[in-house]
Ligand binder design. Sequence first.
Ligand code: UDX
Length: 463
Amino acid sequence: MKLSVIGAGYVGLTTAACLAQIGHDVFCSESDVEKLSKLQSGVMPLFEPHLEDVIEGVRKVGRLHFGSTEDAIVWGDAIFICVGTPPLANGDADLSAIEGVARVIAKRAIGYRLIIEKSTVPVQTGAQLRKHLSVHSTKGLKYDVASNPEFLREGTSVEDFLHPDRIVIGADSQRAADLLREIYEPIVQQKFTCPIHPNCPKHKDPIFLATDTNSAELIKHASNSFLAMKISFINMVANLCEQVGADVTEVAYGMGLDPRIGPSFLNPGIGFGGFCFPKDVQAFIRIAEKSGCDFSLLKEVEKINQRRVEHFVEQVRKELWVLRGKKIAVWGLAFKPNTDDVRFAPALSIIRLLQAEGALIRAYDPEAMEKAKKEIPDVTYCHDAYEAAEGTDAVLLLTEWEQFRKVDWSRLATLVERPLIIDGRNALSREDVVSNGFHYLGVGGISAAPQMAKSLVSTSHSH
Ligand code: UDX
């Protein structure tokens, strides 16, 4: 089918590339001319595992084209709107880019179009879109508006798109629902050439959930807010563990054994970041407020998350006493591993707080340093984890990149001023760290000193 994708951010680019991968003829537009020319010349504007290869592959066979919004609107039978909906100062989602696209569709499109919201939008945006199109469409445009929220995570977006747990659509006409089913059929059947796994293991067929537009829109905000709530919950439990001498890893493991709770998203740490959870929780609170519902639970989720950064810095202060002039290594800047994204990254907030007290930061991240430099220029950016640790009073792990787990601790011990690891993600093996003479401080009551190395019991379910 000829499909158009408006917006080439994480969601738009992944959607365009993967829809072409499963066989559709896709036109993807980007209003940022610099980004568009990069894409047209095969340069990736962001780091996302597998995405560059997928794009290269489908462009080679002529199934993916990049161009202007106007051209995209003329091109496809169905148009996926994947533009940004950043937060406004009051927490509402900024829908001006969506309205802008709707205006062009109303002016340019002729005949039938299925217009699909894929950006994260507040409930009832579909109804607004329909109204807007009926007011502004001039040339007898026939259309349906549907919702198709995206659940992909940065760092695994291609895998999440092609092997999802569920595909949610919200459509108020059978025609729209049938078209969306047809578009996603190869993924529902898991029948396509997988660009990630050469011998793609059998994946569970995703559930295709067809519901009404309002419910589909709410599923997105509710899902992200629930996951954020799970993280804030375990972070509060971590604080309690620190006070009562329990081990949060054990507690989370014990909780997660109950399938009603499940093990995922129970990793305590320095808080959730990224361009989704913080803004989606805020937007959901606002949506509820406007409908007369006080979602105080989510306000607490937000407060708990905001306090994580300060709580972590307090741990550093307790260990280093006066921070002024102390050299501190920071491992990880991205809001999570396998992405170069530093938007709302807790690591950056922690660095700013430490710098405010006069600490000198030496930082390393495998992918995110270029983007971090634009946010916090006055940091010493290093070539690797070892260079960052040279002469430091403490090493802080703030993003759990796999490579930090494979560090040569005995080599590191020769580089640091003080052998102290403060692990903001409980990502490292306590045993490995302390058996090389380091003091280890984790989140949620997990700490160990070199002299404890022999007595440490490695529990099967820790890292
Ligand atoms: C999220 C949702 O997972 C995804 O479904 C949606 O489409 C977009 O938003 P993403 O923002 O890419 O995806 O990251 P995710 O992997 O969900 O992590 C979000 C934040 O929570 C990160 O900062 C991560 O470090 C943190 N996190 C995650 C925890 O602190 N603990 C956990 O157990 C899991």
